[in-house]
Ligand binder design. Structure first.
Ligand SMILES: [Cu+2]
Length: 163
């Protein structure tokens, strides 16, 4: 082994250690980057969990909930999310099983294949249009896929007749 190759091996080793040591930090930094931390108090937060047999379930689904969800027959009631016009809305989208997607056409929101088990996809928007809007899953995920939808109701609280 020449001196040159030894030196090169050391450099490779150095980079290898750098990658192994640095990776967890990088992942954590990336997670922090994905999770919008500084939410102002006016933000309305909702968690929607996609479930291949139930559709969208409002709230966090824990491991033991999944078992009881599987035991029930048929899809769950479609969730309804109610906010006021002007609200900042934050949706945390999770999956209890397979990869799902999310679309809220009225607000131009499309997320494809980003909702995977163990991950959270964040959607943030200002509810500046009043009305009732349908959101759905846009990734074919099983036999209730077409049922996998819910409603976003944006109410105009300020629209009261002036006396
Ligand atoms: Cu789905």
């Amino acid at each position: 082994m020449t001196k040159e190759t030894k030196k090169r091996d050391l450099i490779y080793l150095f980079f290898l250690i750098l990658v192994i040591v640095g990776l967890p930090f990088g992942i954590r930094a990336y997670d922090r980057y994905l999770e919008p931390d500084a939410l102002d108090s006016g933000t309305q937060e909702f968690t929607l969990t996609g479930h291949a047999q139930k559709g969208w379930v409002l709230g966090e689904v824990q491991a033991n909930d999944i078992i009881s969800l599987w035991q029930d027959e048929g899809p769950a009631a479609k969730p309804v999310i109610e906010v006021s016009k002007g609200d900042q809305v934050m949706l945390k989208l999770r999956s209890a099983d397979v990869t799902h997607g999310f679309s809220l056409k009225a607000y131009g929101i499309y997320i494809a294949k980003a909702i995977q088990p163990g991950k959270t996809a964040y959607v943030s928007f200002k509810a500046d249009r009043t009305g009732t809007f349908i959101f759905r899953c846009n990734v074919f995920c099983g036999n209730v896929h077409h049922h996998m939808e819910g409603k976003l109701v944006v109410k105009d609280e300020t629209a009261r007749p002036n006396a």
